[in-house]
Ligand binder design. Structure first.
Ligand SMILES: NC(=O)c1ccc[n+]([C@@H]2O[C@H](COP(=O)([O-])OP(=O)(O)OC[C@H]3O[C@@H](n4cnc5c(N)ncnc54)[C@H](O)[C@@H]3O)[C@@H](O)[C@H]2O)c1
Length: 277
């Protein structure tokens, strides 16, 4: 959990309105809690209203009204529009958008989703691209337009090391040793690469309208993954371990606040050194 801190003007998000998509998930719930602890008002847009990742700070945000949850499918333009209007009515038009909602295949995903590239189901590709790319695009369209209208805003698009580099398939050898077929699927990588240029496109498009758009690229975050996976994955990380969810909050706060006021179109990489090798 990230502790409550006194407001620092450079990193302040006090009074700002943030939308965190996928805020019921492991990382989004942490971002929502962190921002609300710093005085922001946070609207979670998620397809579900259930979460197993609500810590004490998240619960506090719900109780003090600084976190509000909206059931929204981000692939549905009308639903995103309606929820954004509801947020504007409740508080004001968003200052911060964290495009965090995404689909991925975990290391223990069923074989059908994680077979060889040659037979990877096109329907799975479409599903992942729909949420990760189209959903992000829709949130940028709807919320970014409001931000540009107000002449201010910070958008953070979440990518992955698997969007800047190919997944290292050797890491999943432990599945193959057990007689299974497992390849980290292609769709996630393609979708996370698309995020990088969506960011650049929008950064230049809105540069003179006061809306900054940056990518935050992450490596794996610890979430009780299978031991054999952890051993293989961590051996590839110079720092020798996965991130803890709270270690990403500093980068999110930096990109969301005026601390990054001259930064747009960039890709900030928080990966324990993964991409440095
Ligand atoms: N966890 C990691 O190790 C890791 C590593 C690199 C990048 N990332 C990225 O960080 C982000 C968050 O990852 P996470 O591990 O917290 O994921 P997660 O699966 O825990 O959370 C994702 C959330 O998105 C929501 N969601 C899915 N489809 C949606 C839709 N159509 N509309 C609205 N909400 C939808 C889910 O309900 C879920 O709450 C993702 O973009 C992911 O690619 C995660």
């Amino acid at each position: 959990m990230v502790p409550m801190v006194k407001d620092d003007p450079m990193f302040s998000v006090k009074g700002r309105v943030a939308v965190v998509t996928g805020g019921m998930g492991q990382l989004g719930a942490g971002y929502a809690a962190m921002l609300s602890e710093r005085g922001a008002r946070v609207a979670v847009f998620d397809i579900t209203t259930q979460t197993e990742f609500a810590d004490a700070a998240f619960e506090r945000g719900l109780e003090n009204g600084r976190i509000a949850c909206y059931k929204v499918d981000i692939t549905d333009h009308e639903a995103v529009k309606a929820a954004t209007e509801a947020v504007a009515e409740r508080w004001e038009e968003p200052h911060i958008l964290i495009n965090n909602a995404a689909l991925d295949s975990p290391p223990d995903a069923p074989a059908g989703e994680a077979g060889p590239f040659e037979t990877y189901p096109v329907s799975s590709f479409e599903k992942v691209m729909d949420v990760n790319v189209k959903g992000t695009l829709i949130c940028c369209q709807v919320i970014g337009e409001k931000m540009a209208g107000k002449g201010r805003g910070a958008i953070i698009n979440i990518s992955s090391t698997y969007g800047i580099l190919s997944p290292c398939q050797d890491i999943y050898d432990f599945r193959r040793r057990n007689g299974e077929t497992f390849f980290k699927p292609v769709a996630y990588s393609v979708s996370k690469s698309a995020i990088l240029n969506l960011t650049r496109y929008l950064a230049t498009y809105w540069a003179k309208k006061g809306v900054r758009v940056n990518t935050l690229t992450l490596a794996g975050v610890f979430n009780n993954q299978p031991r054999e996976f952890l051993d293989a994955y961590c051996a590839r990380i110079p720092m020798g371990r996965m991130a803890h969810a709270h270690e990403l909050c500093g980068a999110v706060l930096f990109l969301a606040s005026d601390a990054s006021s001259y930064m747009t179109g960039s890709n900030m990489i928080v990966d324990g050194g993964w991409s440095a090798w």
